[in-house]
Design a protein around this ligand. Structure first.
Ligand SMILES: [Zn+2]
Length: 205
């Protein structure tokens, strides 16, 4: 019987609201451990470490930043450097690309950063990342990051979306780069090192 390799699509939605929509009443309170045992469980609001559900197995993808996405070479390279500093062996990166990769479906083994089109539901998000992976193994085959030109160069946005393209899920600790709300993102990269990634991958085998 012919084996059909089914590729599933995971749509990450960056629930990132514009800065002028900050609702100060909803700020996350600092974690304070109560002395009363009866409410100990109330302080556990978030997962203890960031998680992946899909992953790049053998080598890092090639990153292709399309000129049409509106992201500057500076912001793009800062985003790549962020993940390289965390230990990810990202080698192949192309900037300001106008080639066929930007006009058609993302090829296997690549992450393409392109302008959003009208086939992608954007809702209130600042960007959307699609991750295509094998259903059984959870191995990522390709990812596409869709940017909106007006927001493409926002601080921390491309860092966040590259995280999704690598398989990282949202992690709602205040000022963490993978926080689902843009206004609460920061440069905290706790749990995101490549060594953490490799440890989590072991759980899939
Ligand atoms: Zn996100």
């Amino acid at each position: 019987m012919r084996i059909i390799l089914s590729i599933f699509l995971l749509l990450f939605i960056s629930s990132c609201k514009p800065i002028d929509n900050i609702d100060n009443t909803r700020n996350i309170e600092p974690e304070v451990f109560e002395t009363k045992p009866s409410i100990v469980f109330d302080v556990i609001r978030i997962r203890s470490v960031p998680r992946i559900e899909t992953f790049w197995a053998n080598q890092m993808p090639e990153f292709i930043f399309c000129k049409s996405s509106g992201i500057s070479r500076t912001r793009a390279s800062q985003g790549i450097s962020y993940w390289r500093r965390l230990g990810y062996p990202i080698e192949n990166v192309r900037y300001n690309v106008e080639g066929p990769e930007c006009e058609s479906d993302t090829p296997e083994g690549k992450v393409v950063i392109k302008i959003i089109d009208n086939t992608i539901p954007i809702h209130q998000n600042l960007a959307v990342t699609k991750v295509y992976y094998e259903t059984e193994s959870k191995m990522i085959r390709r990812s596409t990051i869709y940017l909106i030109r007006a927001y493409a160069n926002r601080p921390r946005l491309i860092e966040h979306e590259i995280g999704h393209s690598l398989g990282w899920k949202h992690y709602n600790r205040n000022l963490h780069v993978m926080n689902s709300e843009y206004d609460r993102t920061g440069h905290d990269s706790t749990g995101l090192r490549y060594s953490n990634y490799l440890e989590l991958i072991l759980n899939f085998y």
